[in-house]
Design a protein around this ligand. Sequence first.
Ligand SMILES: NC(=O)c1ccc[n+]([C@@H]2O[C@H](COP(=O)([O-])OP(=O)(O)OC[C@H]3O[C@@H](n4cnc5c(N)ncnc54)[C@H](OP(=O)(O)O)[C@@H]3O)[C@@H](O)[C@H]2O)c1
Length: 287
Amino acid sequence: MTGASSGIGQETARLFARAGWDCLAGVRSADARRAWIAEGTTDRAIARHVVPVTLDVTNEADRAGVVREVSARGGKLNALINAAGISSPGAFAFGDAESDREVIETNLLGPMALARNLVPALRDGANDASNPAGGSIIVNVASIAGIAPMPWQSTYHAAKFGFVGWSDAVGHELRHDGIHLVAVLPGTVRTPMLEKADHLLDASIRTLPRVAPKPYFRGLTRFRRSAQLAARFAATPNVVAKAIVDLASRKNPPARVIIGADAHVLRAVVAFLPHRFAMAVLGGVLS
Ligand SMILES: NC(=O)c1ccc[n+]([C@@H]2O[C@H](COP(=O)([O-])OP(=O)(O)OC[C@H]3O[C@@H](n4cnc5c(N)ncnc54)[C@H](OP(=O)(O)O)[C@@H]3O)[C@@H](O)[C@H]2O)c1
């Protein structure tokens, strides 16, 4: 499990533990490791089943450390949950390549590299006769942003479109290893990511250069307001976590799962409207 220090990843690790799964919970900081240990003092399932491990998905040494940890515990893995992610709202024209790289590495390249490193353990997990699901699974927590392109967070869309595409494509290959691939596409979920994104948007509006076309200010402001409104009706991380635990226990999980009313509406826009009209709807509302 990656991104287990907060939000969807943290809740999913909890639910796996309560369902009796042993879970390596990938976190980046010593504080997050301590938080899991503290939670274990009052929750026996956490103490018994959750082992916090240091994992920055963009760090090769951390990824290798996780492979060693899996190997030290018998070398078989039943599920990899890629939940780590960061968002990057703001105007593309005034962004920077360093931030683009961080978003793509965290949301796409890091999880891909981790998955490749763990294929042998997942293959062994799939072949384990005691595995009731009859196969292992990689769950990629993508986003509805991976199929519905909207303005003002284009790098995040680039990463999530890539993540969904990679998940579907590599799923064709890894089924020969007994490994199912599932992309989970939630709409808005009430996690710390929303507050972080709101701060980034606020900063990008306040620092918009004078040369920015006037519609930029209006569009970013409208986007921020609509994100704040969506936050009020957001799904809880528990809903997403339950779906992930359920997927990991299924014999034939679907390749994509969409979660949340907002996500279903956006999916309908891109699935049923001609592309030109879909783009007019998605761009028109927020730009
Ligand atoms: N919240 C939403 O509305 C929403 C909607 C659709 C999809 N998603 C996706 O859901 C996933 C989980 O997000 P969330 O909403 O639960 O947000 P969150 O509470 O901010 O959690 C993000 C997690 O990712 C970790 N992380 C960030 N960079 C990392 C890196 N380089 N290596 C390893 N871990 C890293 C964070 O660790 P630190 O605590 O160390 O920063 C944190 O544990 C993300 O992929 C996000 O894109 C979220």
